[in-house]
Every structure is written in structure tokens, then in C-alpha cells.
Ligand binder design. Structure first.
Ligand SMILES: Cc1cc2nc3c(=O)[nH]c(=O)nc-3n(C[C@H](O)[C@H](O)[C@H](O)COP(=O)(O)OP(=O)(O)OC[C@H]3O[C@@H](n4cnc5c(N)ncnc54)[C@H](O)[C@@H]3O)c2cc1C
Length: 291
């Protein structure tokens, strides 16, 4: 299939792109890496009147440290750039380790970090990790800007709080406190396939190896990245032992998630995956936080 006819704009600055988005309103659509949008257009599932291509907007391609210690990733940074970046490996090793799971190398050479987050695929690894890491989205429009917690960024499948005239310009990952570590685990039936269930955890231990803080987010158990609460209550204040981790994983599976049954697996099977993956992710994160 070929896409329906569309107008094409190739701005060279954020200002110019925001002007265009403002003029076009609901008729305009941002084109980033095109790895999801172009197939959707070819299948005519998406028929935007006009594309605003960000590939020439050089100011959106960066990875840098902010004065407050956050790590900033510009929206048009290619996935593969993030995958092999030394600062990301040092400060967000969970992102480096997970990147090879995000589709295939070929997609990642063109796909962008911001495009992935904005696409809001409910089975996307990066949105779930971003929620667990407490990341914030920097959103701009012609008339202003706002910062939004990634937890609040997602509304449902392929739906975010972005208005048509808005652009995700960057995402900020706060510096982690000492004795913190994150981990991501997923289950797929084939290498590179859509994960059935995935979990991202972030833990902080105190000097007696007790859980001082924890954030646990899931993909594949709901319509958007899901931040669990009950299993976190089980962990906080407890010594980081295998028993505490097992209890939290059990609680996550029984109380936090309410997965459905579909052709890929039953609700019970997904609950079991939640249990197993949570245990594995917490165990790895605790080991790293203790180092
Ligand atoms: C074979 C294959 C396998 C894949 N496997 C996975 C996988 O396992 N996990 C995964 O997470 N993804 C996967 N993807 C998706 C891929 O990672 C894309 O990077 C991602 O879906 C979209 O990024 P993009 O830069 O290509 O965005 P595009 O396709 O250009 O855009 C996607 C959507 O986001 C909007 N958008 C893009 N940038 C912005 C912005 N800055 N501000 C506001 N809106 C914006 C667009 O308007 C569009 O609606 C796969 C893709 C393919 C083709």
C-alpha cells in the first residue's frame, strides 16, 4: 500500500516546526524516525493532511547533562545513538541494556528516542523504564512549554497528553541517589517480538541494605505503562532479602495487576510472568545497588 497524499514540511528549527504545528492544528503530524508512522500511513491507518518532518532540526539531536545532574535526551536522538552512548551507559545502564530489545538494529538506526516515547505503544520498553526512573517530558508549543512526569504523560494505547500543536522536545532523567539501581526484564516469544509482559524497577537501599525507595512499572498488563503501588508497600523498610523480594513479586502478581486474556496468553499466565519477572528484576537491581 502507498500512503494517501499529504503535504510535507521540513523545518530546520524548533521555532519553525512549532509555527507549522500551530498553523496546521489537527491537520499536522510530526514525522520523527518514521518507523511506526510511515507503516501506519502505508496501511492508511493514519492519514495526516500534512507531515512536519523533524529530521533537519539539529537542535533536537543530543544527549547531555543538566546543571541539576539530570540526563537530558533530545527528542530526535536516534535510538542507536542512545544505545552506544557512554554517558547513558554510566548513568542509565538499564537503558543501555534494554535498547537491543527495542525492535531491530535497522529500526533503531532511524527510530528516535522521542518518537518512541511519543508513540505510546503500551508494550514499549522505553515508556515503562521512563516511568520507573521518574523521568519528565519537556513539551513545547508556539505559545509555551510545560514539564510533565512520564507517569502522567500516557493516557492510553498510543495516546499521550500531547496536544496537536505540541512537541516533545526532550526527556529528563533525574540523577539517582547513592545506592540506587534499576533493572528491566521482559518476556517475548521470539527475539525482537512485542513483549507479553515487562517490568522496570528502580530501588534505593539505605546503609543497612533496607529498601529506602522503590518504583516498579509494568508493560503488557494494561493500556499504558502501569506504576504498581501495593508491591512497593511490601518492600519499603524491609531488608533487601530474597524473601522480601519474593513477597513483593507475589503481591504485584496478585494485587497490583489485573491483566486480561487474549490469543497470546491467559490472565493467569500473565500474572505468573509478573511474579517471575518482578523477582528477577528486583534481584538484579538489589545486587547492583549493593555494589
Ligand atoms: C519491525 C519493528 C519492530 C519494532 N519493535 C519495537 C519494540 O520492540 N519496542 C518498541 O518500543 N518499539 C518498537 N518499534 C517501534 C520503533 O522503536 C520506533 O522507534 C517507534 O515506534 C517510533 O519512533 P520513530 O522515531 O520512528 O517515530 P515516528 O514513527 O516518526 O512517529 C511515531 C509517532 O510519534 C509522534 N512523534 C514523533 N516524535 C514526536 C515528538 N518529538 N513530539 C511529539 N510527537 C512525536 C508522531 O507524530 C507519530 O504519531 C518497532 C518498529 C518496527 C518497524
Amino acid at each position: 500500500m502507498k500512503p494517501a497524499a499529504f503535504e510535507y514540511y521540513a523545518p530546520v528549527s524548533v521555532e519553525e516546526a512549532l509555527d507549522l504545528l500551530d498553523q496546521l492544528g489537527y491537520d499536522g503530524k510530526i514525522l520523527a524516525g518514521g518507523q511506526s508512522l510511515i507503516p501506519a500511513m502505508n496501511f492508511r491507518m493514519a492519514q495526516p493532511h500534512a507531515l512536519v518532518d523533524l529530521n533537519r532540526v539539529k537542535e533536537l539531536f543530543y544527549i547531555k547533562s543538566a546543571p541539576d545532574g539530570s540526563l537530558l535526551i533530545g527528542a530526535m536522538t536516534r535510538d542507536v545513538t542512545v544505545e552506544f552512548d557512554k554517558m547513558v551507559a554510566e548513568r542509565l545502564p538499564v537503558v543501555t541494556e534494554t535498547m537491543p530489545l527495542v525492535g531491530y538494529y535497522q529500526n533503531r538506526t532511524r527510530g528516535t528516542y522521542g518518537g518512541n516515547l511519543a508513540h505510546a505503544d503500551p508494550t514499549g520498553q522505553l515508556p515503562t523504564i521512563s516511568v520507573a526512573l521518574g523521568a519528565r517530558a519537556h513539551i513545547r508549543s508556539k505559545t509555551g512549554e510545560r514539564w510533565v512526569e512520564m507517569d502522567d504523560f500516557y493516557l492510553g494505547p498510543f495516546t499521550t497528553i500531547l496536544e496537536p500543536q505540541e512537541m516533545l522536545v526532550e526527556v529528563a532523567y533525574p540523577a539517582l541517589p547513592p545506592r540506587s539501581a534499576a533493572s528491566f526484564k521482559e518476556f517475548t516469544r521470539q527475539v525482537g517480538a512485542t513483549p507479553m509482559v515487562g517490568v522496570a524497577v528502580l530501588v534505593t537501599l539505605d546503609d543497612k541494605n533496607r529498601f529506602k525507595n522503590a518504583k516498579i512499572a509494568y508493560l503488557g498488563v494494561g493500556e499504558k505503562p502501569y506504576a504498581a503501588t501495593e508491591c512497593v508497600k511490601v518492600l519499603l523498610g524491609q531488608e533487601a532479602t530474597a524473601e522480601a523480594i519474593r513477597a513483593a513479586a507475589e503481591t504485584a502478581a496478585q494485587k497490583d495487576v489485573d491483566p486480561g486474556t487474549d490469543i497470546h496468553g491467559t490472565a493467569d499466565y500473565r500474572r505468573n510472568l509478573v511474579n517471575v519477572l518482578t523477582r528477577k528484576a528486583l534481584t538484579q537491581a538489589v545486587q547492583s545497588a549493593k555494589k
